[in-house]
Design a protein around this ligand. Structure first.
Ligand code: ZN
Length: 203
């Protein structure tokens, strides 16, 4: 399986990192080795002093597809989840400066938290889902899928032009504002509409 991530999909997060607003989605991949095993803590890697949390709505693909049209994209997933795209912001800043690929900052071991999934039919609309990340019980990131620049079906249409989607592939749909550094002993909990989807200890 593969993990396809969209960057810069929420306007206020683009502003907080002082990035340009993209005319097309920013896309990058994480390998399967980036998945943090269930119930394991996240260990801050030695190569970074500035690991950020990015809480994101996830989509799990359940049909093979390529060149999927946006209006048919809903047929390619049943479940929505929540996860974290851990990012070594200091490493990413160096790579960005040189125009180099982001993998060292985004695709390292443990950088993909994949929490629980829920059936998409549990929501009246996929374009108004509230989600939240807390750190040690304090709210640090809050988002609503209404704020996405590219909606889930648009993302599927866009990325499937380049990558054949396969059963089990996961799409990270971008993070809202509030990204921040994680520290040892932090406890990160993610919620969709108030329901807990993951709990991660940082070591
Ligand atoms: Zn992200």
């Amino acid at each position: 399986m593969k993990i396809i991530c969209v960057g810069r999909n929420y306007a206020k997060h683009i502003e907080e990192l002082q990035n340009e607003r993209p005319v097309e989605p920013v896309v990058f991949l994480k390998p399967d080795t980036s998945i943090l095993p269930k119930n394991m803590p996240f260990f801050i890697p030695d190569f970074s002093n500035d690991i950020h949390h990015e809480v994101e709505i996830l989509v799990r693909i359940n049909r093979v597809g390529k060149y999927i049209e946006s209006r048919f994209a809903h047929k390619y997933y049943e479940e929505i989840g929540l996860g974290i795209d851990f990012t070594a912001r200091d490493v990413q800043a160096q790579l960005k400066e040189k125009g180099l690929p982001w993998e060292k900052a985004k695709a390292f071991d443990g950088s993909a938290v994949i929490g629980n999934f829920v059936n998409k039919n549990d929501f009246s609309s996929l374009n108004s889902i509230n989600f939240e990340l807390t750190n040690n019980g304090n709210s640090v990131q809050k988002g609503n899928t209404a704020e996405m620049l590219w909606k889930i079906d648009d993302i599927i249409a866009y990325v499937s032009q380049y990558f054949t989607l396969k059963i089990g592939d996961i799409i990270f749909t971008g993070t809202p504002e509030g990204v921040a550094k994680v520290n040892t002993n932090d406890v990160l909990e993610g919620f969709i509409e108030g329901k807990q989807m993951f709990k991660i200890n940082v070591k």
